[in-house]
Design a binder for this molecule. Structure first.
Ligand code: PA5
Length: 474
């Protein structure tokens, strides 16, 4: 492996702007200038509160020396003792570890022989599909597996039911030493997992109170699974710190996250462009799009401002993969409604070069590919797609990662987090809560017959829904 490239990621918004894609389609630079004051206020508010309230994640690149050393020690011992590492978690407690593993490790990591992997196999179980749990248990040996239970609240039903199944199984299969197979990552005080961890002596990592689930990738939530699988977590944090530096100015034309937040704000609020498709042209970045979707949707989809005024704002994030989805979604993007921004994630230099063999000389349209590389082909297809969108007046932008490595991924994570925080400020909403998720949680507990007063009341309320009509069921 060569030396890790330490270059900045680049945000290219040319195709968002009306002087490039046409005045009827893009954003006028004057609109951005018109928001300079609001942008500066957003920047000052976020910077002034860094490290406090729900902005604890802004300090993660700096404040974790001891924690990082602890993570590295535990990761080493996990690698020595276990052949499989399973994360039990959901939402912000799972999407980061999935995205990072896909980005920074071999694309078929679990299938590699142990000596080539450099770490245990990794499974991140972020659903409670009964078939999935059964399938996991078919392919792992719990005696050789370490389970990392991750839940900030320490109360999430999905994660805690997985914990119940696994702890029971460990007690049966491993016996006395079962607790050594569990690492808990949770809040320092709140919830039940912390109590269980203390009661049973699990290895323990904390999620700072001021770091919400979807902003937690750069704390032990994401750093431990990454370190266990041999990823350089110090480089991730250094990348995040480098992006933080770039996001400190209140000049909207110099601060990439602030510019991005302003552009998306104008797109949503002034142009009804309410969908953002994140389209990486690299399999390694496929799940970064998933991680972004949760961050953007759960943070910005809100019905009231901070002062309680009804607003119903948000931009629906969607994911696509280049080139695969050129053959699935692109027709809609180029000719469907003008309601989307496409955000390409481009890789400057792939970690490998794959040459296309010569052959089929009798078919010139096939033969011309021979001698070129898949690298050139994927880049040409990205440029072709970008051009098709430009020609049809569809706003698109590109984030360039000079190379996919721990340093650039740290930058990308922090860029999206800062953009989300700034966008929350501009929209004047609380980007750090998720009250809309609560209703479904409470209703599910009511359906399952939880006898707590709150759920009994919800069960009563649910009975008031009109009965299903047979004529609507075919
Ligand atoms: O961003 C969030 O806060 C949520 O998506 C949570 O991460 C998710 O609900 C899981 O919560 P917890 O970590 O408390 O189990």
């Amino acid at each position: 492996m060569g030396k890790m490239l330490h270059e900045p990621i680049v945000l290219d918004v040319n195709h968002m702007m009306s002087d490039v894609i046409g005045f009827q389609y893009g954003i006028d630079p004057c609109q951005v200038d018109g928001m300079k004051e609001a942008a500066s206020a957003a920047q000052h508010n976020v910077q002034k509160n860094r490290g406090t309230g729900w902005l604890g994640w802004m300090q993660l690149p700096y404040d974790q020396e001891e924690i990082v050393s602890h993570i590295e020690r535990v990761a080493k011992s996990v690698r020595e003792q276990f052949d499989t590492f399973v994360v039990l978690g959901i939402g912000g407690s799972a999407l980061g570890p999935i995205a990072i593993q896909q980005a920074l490790n071999h694309l078929h990591y679990n299938e590699l022989p142990a000596e080539k992997r450099g770490g245990p196999r990794l499974y991140v179980e972020d659903n409670i599909d009964p078939e999935r749990m059964a399938a996991l248990l078919d392919v792992i040996d719990v005696k050789k597996t370490c389970f990392n239970v991750i839940t900030k609240s320490g109360a999430t039903a999905e994660t805690m039911s997985q914990y119940l199944i696994i702890s029971e199984l460990l007690k049966k299969e491993v016996g006395e030493g079962w607790a050594e197979h569990i690492i808990a990552t949770t809040d320092r005080e709140k919830g039940n997992l912390i109590k269980l961890a203390k009661e049973n002596g699990f290895e323990l990592f904390h999620i700072p109170a001021s770091v919400g689930g979807r902003f937690s990738e750069l704390c032990p939530v994401g750093l431990l699974p990454a370190a266990v699988c041999g990823i350089d977590i110090r480089e991730m944090l250094a990348g995040a710190a480098a992006m933080d530096e770039r996001c400190k100015t209140d000049d909207v034309w110099q601060n990439p996250a602030l510019l991005e937040a302003v552009l998306q704000y104008i797109a949503m609020q002034e142009m009804d462009v309410n969908v953002q498709v994140v389209m990486p042209y690299a399999d390694s970045l496929k799940y970064m799009a998933d991680w972004f979707c949760q961050l953007w949707a759960e943070s910005l989809g809100k019905n009231v401002t901070r002062k309680g005024m009804a607003v119903n704002v948000g931009q629906t994030p969607a994911k696509a993969l280049g080139v695969t989805d050129q053959h699935s979604q692109l027709q809609l993007y180029t000719e469907g409604p003008y309601d989307k921004v496409i955000t390409f994630l481009k890789v400057g230099q792939f970690r490998t070069v794959t040459e296309i063999s010569h052959g089929c000389e009798q078919f010139p349209d096939v033969a011309f590919l021979g001698g070129k590389t898949l690298n050139a082909l994927i880049d040409a297809e990205r440029r072709g797609t970008e051009y098709a969108l430009y020609r049809s007046g569809r706003m698109n932008q590109t984030i360039v990662l000079p190379e996919v490595n721990a340093y650039t991924i740290g930058q990308l994570l922090f860029f999206f987090e800062m953009t989300t925080a700034y966008a929350g400020e501009l929209l004047d909403i609380d980007a750090f809560n998720q009250p809309g998720v609560e209703e479904s949680k409470i209703a599910s507990y009511a359906v399952l017959g939880n006898q707590n007063e709150k759920y009994l009341r919800k069960a009563e309320e649910m009975k008031g829904r009109p009965a299903s009509k047979d004529e609507y069921i075919l």
